[in-house]
Design a protein. Structure first.
Length: 190
């Protein structure tokens, strides 16, 4: 059955600093490019029936370095969560403003996107991914930490906020698939 390979982009200066990076188009660092090269080896031998990427340059460059830039289709729904006023700020920055309980997962994002809307976007990505390949072909999705964590939660039938339960490193790959007819997480954060 179909597998969805979730590939998080390599490191950026903002991801290294723990800043929320949604709509900002931040390039990879040299370390991020090295992680993308590692992904190329990790993905070698996997035949993808379809490859989709976020429109942000950090995801597109990771996809290119990993060897799939020529076949990737940009999918706007794979772009990272729009964090609104939290864009470019760390969790500690936001807690200094709103108090120690602030969390991207549970607090409103002023001028940003709701968690529920991100969940709707990833549901559409899942549907398009499954429709793009017949039978047992794999699909590669090059994107960002939070959107991929939410996608994993939705894949296994959890609400979007359950994405908070998954940690995802830069330059990593994870595999979603099936055990018989049940959607499962096969491998995580490779």
């Amino acid at each position: 059955m179909t597998e969805l390979w979730l590939i998080r982009h390599g490191e950026t200066t903002w991801s290294a600093d723990g800043r929320h990076t949604g709509v900002s188009d931040i390039p990879l660092t040299d370390r991020g490019r090295e992680r993308a090269k590692r992904l190329r080896g990790l993905l070698a031998g996997t035949k993808f029936g379809a490859v989709f990427t976020s429109p942000r340059q950090r995801a597109r460059e990771t996809c290119q370095i990993a060897g799939y830039g020529d076949v990737a289709v940009v999918d706007e729904d794979l772009q990272e969560w729009n964090y609104g006023e939290a864009e470019g700020k760390t969790t500690n920055d936001m807690r200094a403003i709103y108090g120690p309980q602030w969390s991207v997962w549970t607090s409103p994002l002023v001028n940003g996107e709701t968690l529920e809307h991100v969940g709707e976007r990833v549901d559409a990505v899942i549907a398009r991914s499954l429709a793009a390949v017949p039978g047992e072909e794999a699909v590669a999705l090059f994107a960002h930490a939070h959107v991929l964590r939410i996608l994993a939660a939705r894949w296994i039938g959890l609400p979007p906020g359950a994405g908070a339960l998954f940690s995802l490193e830069t330059g990593s790959a994870s595999v979603l698939g099936f055990e018989r007819e049940t959607r499962v997480i096969c491998k995580w954060d490779l």
